[in-house]
Design a protein around this ligand. Structure first.
Ligand code: AR6
Length: 170
Protein backbone atom coordinates (compact mmCIF):
# COMPACT_ATOMS: atom_id res chain seq x y z
CA UNK A 1 0.00 0.00 0.00
CA UNK A 2 1.21 3.48 -0.81
CA UNK A 3 -0.25 6.97 -0.59
CA UNK A 4 0.07 8.92 -3.80
CA UNK A 5 -0.83 9.43 -7.42
CA UNK A 6 -1.18 6.31 -9.57
CA UNK A 7 0.31 8.11 -12.58
CA UNK A 8 3.64 8.58 -10.76
CA UNK A 9 4.22 4.94 -9.90
CA UNK A 10 7.40 3.26 -11.08
CA UNK A 11 5.94 -0.13 -11.88
CA UNK A 12 5.61 -2.05 -15.14
CA UNK A 13 1.85 -1.57 -15.35
CA UNK A 14 -0.73 0.69 -13.75
CA UNK A 15 -4.45 -0.05 -13.77
CA UNK A 16 -6.97 2.50 -14.96
CA UNK A 17 -10.42 2.70 -13.34
CA UNK A 18 -12.02 3.41 -16.71
CA UNK A 19 -15.58 3.38 -18.04
CA UNK A 20 -16.90 1.18 -20.81
CA UNK A 21 -16.34 3.79 -23.53
CA UNK A 22 -12.56 3.61 -22.92
CA UNK A 23 -12.50 7.20 -24.16
CA UNK A 24 -11.55 8.91 -20.92
CA UNK A 25 -13.29 10.58 -18.00
CA UNK A 26 -12.47 12.12 -14.63
CA UNK A 27 -10.68 10.76 -11.57
CA UNK A 28 -7.93 8.19 -12.19
CA UNK A 29 -8.95 7.90 -15.84
CA UNK A 30 -8.53 11.63 -16.49
CA UNK A 31 -5.23 11.72 -14.60
CA UNK A 32 -3.82 8.80 -16.62
CA UNK A 33 -4.79 10.23 -20.00
CA UNK A 34 -3.51 13.69 -18.99
CA UNK A 35 -0.16 12.41 -17.81
CA UNK A 36 0.26 9.67 -20.42
CA UNK A 37 -0.56 11.73 -23.50
CA UNK A 38 -2.59 11.03 -26.64
CA UNK A 39 -1.08 7.64 -27.60
CA UNK A 40 -3.08 5.88 -24.88
CA UNK A 41 -6.36 7.30 -26.19
CA UNK A 42 -5.47 6.31 -29.75
CA UNK A 43 -4.88 2.71 -28.66
CA UNK A 44 -8.15 2.71 -26.72
CA UNK A 45 -10.00 3.96 -29.81
CA UNK A 46 -8.43 1.14 -31.81
CA UNK A 47 -9.54 -1.43 -29.21
CA UNK A 48 -13.07 -0.01 -29.42
CA UNK A 49 -13.01 -0.18 -33.21
CA UNK A 50 -11.63 -3.72 -33.47
CA UNK A 51 -12.51 -5.71 -30.35
CA UNK A 52 -15.17 -3.93 -28.30
CA UNK A 53 -17.36 -1.81 -30.60
CA UNK A 54 -20.07 -1.71 -27.91
CA UNK A 55 -17.65 -0.79 -25.13
CA UNK A 56 -15.62 -2.77 -22.62
CA UNK A 57 -17.95 -4.82 -20.41
CA UNK A 58 -17.83 -4.29 -16.64
CA UNK A 59 -15.23 -6.55 -15.01
CA UNK A 60 -13.16 -7.03 -18.17
CA UNK A 61 -9.68 -5.61 -18.82
CA UNK A 62 -7.59 -4.54 -21.83
CA UNK A 63 -3.99 -3.39 -22.13
CA UNK A 64 -2.31 -0.44 -23.88
CA UNK A 65 1.13 1.05 -23.67
CA UNK A 66 1.78 3.70 -21.04
CA UNK A 67 2.59 6.57 -23.39
CA UNK A 68 4.62 9.15 -21.47
CA UNK A 69 3.97 7.55 -18.08
CA UNK A 70 6.79 5.95 -16.06
CA UNK A 71 4.78 2.69 -16.33
CA UNK A 72 5.28 0.74 -19.54
CA UNK A 73 1.65 -0.37 -19.75
CA UNK A 74 -1.82 0.72 -18.70
CA UNK A 75 -4.40 -1.96 -18.00
CA UNK A 76 -7.88 -0.49 -18.39
CA UNK A 77 -10.73 -2.10 -16.49
CA UNK A 78 -14.32 -1.07 -15.82
CA UNK A 79 -15.59 -1.35 -12.27
CA UNK A 80 -19.26 -1.77 -11.37
CA UNK A 81 -21.40 1.28 -10.69
CA UNK A 82 -22.57 0.71 -7.12
CA UNK A 83 -26.27 -0.07 -6.84
CA UNK A 84 -26.83 -0.88 -10.48
CA UNK A 85 -26.61 -4.69 -10.16
CA UNK A 86 -26.72 -5.36 -6.42
CA UNK A 87 -26.50 -9.17 -6.79
CA UNK A 88 -23.39 -9.06 -8.92
CA UNK A 89 -21.36 -6.05 -7.90
CA UNK A 90 -18.86 -7.83 -5.64
CA UNK A 91 -18.33 -10.49 -8.31
CA UNK A 92 -17.82 -7.78 -10.96
CA UNK A 93 -15.40 -5.81 -8.79
CA UNK A 94 -13.42 -9.01 -8.05
CA UNK A 95 -13.34 -9.73 -11.80
CA UNK A 96 -11.66 -6.34 -12.41
CA UNK A 97 -8.77 -7.35 -10.15
CA UNK A 98 -8.58 -10.94 -11.44
CA UNK A 99 -8.71 -10.03 -15.12
CA UNK A 100 -6.20 -7.18 -14.71
CA UNK A 101 -3.78 -9.47 -12.88
CA UNK A 102 -4.28 -12.21 -15.48
CA UNK A 103 -3.54 -9.81 -18.33
CA UNK A 104 -0.43 -8.59 -16.50
CA UNK A 105 0.78 -12.13 -15.91
CA UNK A 106 0.17 -13.04 -19.58
CA UNK A 107 2.32 -10.04 -20.60
CA UNK A 108 5.16 -11.10 -18.27
CA UNK A 109 4.59 -8.05 -16.09
CA UNK A 110 6.09 -8.41 -12.63
CA UNK A 111 4.92 -5.22 -10.90
CA UNK A 112 1.47 -3.64 -11.07
CA UNK A 113 -0.23 -0.75 -9.28
CA UNK A 114 -3.98 -0.52 -8.70
CA UNK A 115 -6.16 2.41 -7.71
CA UNK A 116 -9.19 1.65 -5.55
CA UNK A 117 -11.49 0.70 -8.43
CA UNK A 118 -15.13 1.89 -8.31
CA UNK A 119 -14.71 3.79 -5.01
CA UNK A 120 -14.83 7.28 -6.53
CA UNK A 121 -17.38 8.32 -9.15
CA UNK A 122 -18.86 4.79 -9.19
CA UNK A 123 -19.77 5.00 -5.50
CA UNK A 124 -18.66 1.59 -4.19
CA UNK A 125 -18.30 1.82 -0.39
CA UNK A 126 -14.60 1.76 0.47
CA UNK A 127 -14.99 -0.75 3.30
CA UNK A 128 -16.79 -3.28 1.08
CA UNK A 129 -14.37 -2.67 -1.77
CA UNK A 130 -11.44 -3.40 0.57
CA UNK A 131 -12.77 -6.89 1.31
CA UNK A 132 -13.46 -7.68 -2.33
CA UNK A 133 -10.16 -6.30 -3.66
CA UNK A 134 -7.95 -7.96 -1.05
CA UNK A 135 -9.66 -11.33 -1.41
CA UNK A 136 -9.45 -11.23 -5.22
CA UNK A 137 -5.74 -10.27 -5.16
CA UNK A 138 -4.92 -12.92 -2.55
CA UNK A 139 -6.73 -15.63 -4.50
CA UNK A 140 -5.04 -14.70 -7.76
CA UNK A 141 -1.54 -14.56 -6.28
CA UNK A 142 -1.94 -17.96 -4.63
CA UNK A 143 -1.98 -19.50 -8.12
CA UNK A 144 0.50 -17.24 -9.92
CA UNK A 145 4.30 -17.16 -10.04
CA UNK A 146 4.80 -14.21 -12.45
CA UNK A 147 3.67 -11.20 -10.44
CA UNK A 148 6.10 -10.08 -7.74
CA UNK A 149 4.56 -6.80 -6.60
CA UNK A 150 0.97 -5.59 -6.36
CA UNK A 151 0.94 -1.99 -5.20
CA UNK A 152 -2.31 -0.50 -3.95
CA UNK A 153 -2.30 3.27 -4.40
CA UNK A 154 -4.53 5.47 -2.25
CA UNK A 155 -5.07 9.13 -2.90
CA UNK A 156 -6.06 9.98 0.65
CA UNK A 157 -4.78 8.76 3.99
CA UNK A 158 -8.26 8.04 5.32
CA UNK A 159 -8.94 5.76 2.34
CA UNK A 160 -5.77 3.82 3.12
CA UNK A 161 -6.87 3.52 6.77
CA UNK A 162 -10.30 2.18 5.79
CA UNK A 163 -8.64 -0.34 3.48
CA UNK A 164 -6.30 -1.52 6.24
CA UNK A 165 -9.20 -1.96 8.62
CA UNK A 166 -11.38 -3.97 6.24
CA UNK A 167 -8.87 -5.89 4.08
CA UNK A 168 -8.93 -9.66 4.27
CA UNK A 169 -5.45 -10.58 3.10
CA UNK A 170 -4.99 -12.79 6.14
N1 AR6 B 1 -4.19 8.26 -8.09
C1 AR6 B 1 -4.67 7.34 -7.23
N2 AR6 B 1 -5.95 7.31 -6.84
C2 AR6 B 1 -6.78 8.25 -7.33
C3 AR6 B 1 -6.35 9.25 -8.25
C4 AR6 B 1 -4.98 9.23 -8.63
N3 AR6 B 1 -4.47 10.14 -9.47
N4 AR6 B 1 -7.43 10.02 -8.57
C5 AR6 B 1 -8.48 9.53 -7.89
N5 AR6 B 1 -8.10 8.47 -7.13
P1 AR6 B 1 -12.45 7.12 -9.76
P2 AR6 B 1 -14.29 4.87 -10.27
C6 AR6 B 1 -8.93 7.58 -6.26
O1 AR6 B 1 -13.60 8.06 -9.69
O2 AR6 B 1 -15.00 5.07 -8.99
C7 AR6 B 1 -14.03 8.25 -14.29
O3 AR6 B 1 -14.68 9.38 -14.79
C8 AR6 B 1 -10.27 8.12 -5.81
O4 AR6 B 1 -10.11 8.84 -4.60
O5 AR6 B 1 -11.24 7.53 -10.52
O6 AR6 B 1 -13.94 3.48 -10.71
C9 AR6 B 1 -14.02 7.10 -15.30
O7 AR6 B 1 -13.96 7.55 -16.63
C10 AR6 B 1 -11.10 6.85 -5.64
O8 AR6 B 1 -10.91 6.30 -4.33
O9 AR6 B 1 -12.89 5.69 -10.38
C11 AR6 B 1 -15.33 6.41 -15.00
O10 AR6 B 1 -16.41 7.02 -15.69
C12 AR6 B 1 -10.50 5.88 -6.63
O11 AR6 B 1 -9.26 6.46 -7.07
C13 AR6 B 1 -15.49 6.57 -13.51
O12 AR6 B 1 -14.76 7.75 -13.17
C14 AR6 B 1 -11.36 5.60 -7.85
O13 AR6 B 1 -12.05 6.79 -8.24
C15 AR6 B 1 -14.89 5.42 -12.74
O14 AR6 B 1 -15.19 5.57 -11.40
Amino acid sequence: MVLGDITRQNVTAIVNAANSTLLGGGGVDGAIHNAGGPDILKECQEIRRTVYPDGLPTGQAVITTGGKLPAKYVIHTVGPIYGREPDRESELLAACYQNSLLLASQHSISSIAFPSISTGAFGYPKSEAAKVASTAIKNFLSGDTQIEEVRLVFFQQRDARVFLEYQEFE
